[in-house]
Ligand binder design. Structure first.
Ligand code: PLP
Length: 305
């Protein structure tokens, strides 16, 4: 009974926070599900729509790893196909991959680890043709300057959009992911979620941060401007083979002697992501855009190499 500020359970419906997010995203609160990161929404979607040992999900590769991790832990088969060499959707390849047990198609736009947005026309073609749920993961949407798929919600009942406070909002530590879809799909996720999946502190910090959205917008502008200059500078380096076009807060870069570069950077305290083992990403590292100072440090280290 003693009021320690956090002695009461959190609001299991996150009413206030959902109001604020719905307003920000120009949707209704009943089109919104909040998860312990969008990773929780990925897991709940697979559990909601797939029968273990029978159904499957479809994933064009290379992309974010959690879709197949969650499918594996739920004993749901993963059917993969390839994106094109410039990391866009290959419609034929996707169509050849699904069957009557395919329940979810995961598309990531902008795509991680390549950074590009998928063609909107191809996403819409798949929303029309795929016989199940199409999840469009928009974790990096704030860096694109577009509204993404939200404006299409009225046109497609099978559209599920994932967004997060972990990237542009700089709040990966509080774990707040958003799943946006028609109210029927949202009501199913609400039924199977753990009751108190979003704790009080997360609800408070998220609501406060959303009120200060100009700060996020300032960070996004700075990151995009830094991405553009980093891309230009990287292209001038002898070790660079290719810098892939990015709509996100990172760059996928094909380099010479990728393993050596990765290890030398680690020695100077710079951690990039080694993506060379990922399909279509031979010799590639993924560099997240840092502060101006961090990016300068990175360039100096690369110039030395
Ligand atoms: C980082 C990332 C996520 C994870 O988001 P959380 O909300 O932190 O769980 C989801 N999808 C993609 C593509 C990501 O890069």
């Amino acid at each position: 009974p003693y009021n320690s500020k956090y002695n009461r359970y959190p609001d299991p419906h996150q009413k206030e926070l959902k109001q604020a997010i719905a307003q920000l995203k120009n949707i209704q609160p009943d089109q919104l599900f909040l998860g312990n990161g969008s990773d929780e929404a990925i897991d709940l979607l697979i559990r909601a729509f797939c029968i273990p040992g029978k159904d499957n999900i479809v994933i064009p590769q290379p992309t974010y790893g959690m879709y197949s991790v969650s499918a594996d832990t739920n004993d749901v088969e993963v059917k993969t196909c390839l994106l094109t060499t410039d990391f866009d959707i290959d419609l034929d390849a996707v169509q050849k991959t699904w069957n009557s047990n395919s329940k979810i198609l995961f598309l990531c736009s902008p795509n991680n680890p390549s950074g590009n947005s998928l063609s909107t026309g191809k996403i819409q073609a798949l929303l029309n043709e795929f016989p199940g749920i199409v999840v469009v993961d928009e974790a990096y949407i704030d860096f694109t300057g577009t509204k993404g798929c939200i404006p299409w919600l009225g046109d497609f009942d099978n559209l599920v959009i994932l967004q997060t406070l972990s990237k542009a909002w700089g709040l990966a530590g509080i774990r707040l992911g958003m799943c946006i879809a028609n109210p029927f799909i949202i009501s199913i996720l609400d039924k199977i979620k753990p009751p108190y999946n979003i704790n009080t502190i997360t609800q408070e910090v998220a609501a406060e941060s959303i009120q200060k959205k100009s700060l996020k917008e300032e960070w996004v502008r700075e990151i995009i401007s830094e991405r553009v200059s980093l891309e230009t500078a990287l292209k001038k380096l002898k070790l660079t083979q290719h810098v892939y076009p990015s709509d996100a807060n990172f760059l996928l870069v094909k380099v010479k002697e990728e393993k050596k570069i990765y290890e030398e950077l680690v020695k100077t305290g710079i951690i990039v992501r080694d993506r060379s083992n990922v399909i279509l990403c031979d010799d590639c590292i993924r560099i997240t855009i840092g502060t101006k100072k961090e990016n300068k440090t990175l360039l100096e280290a690369l110039e030395k190499l």
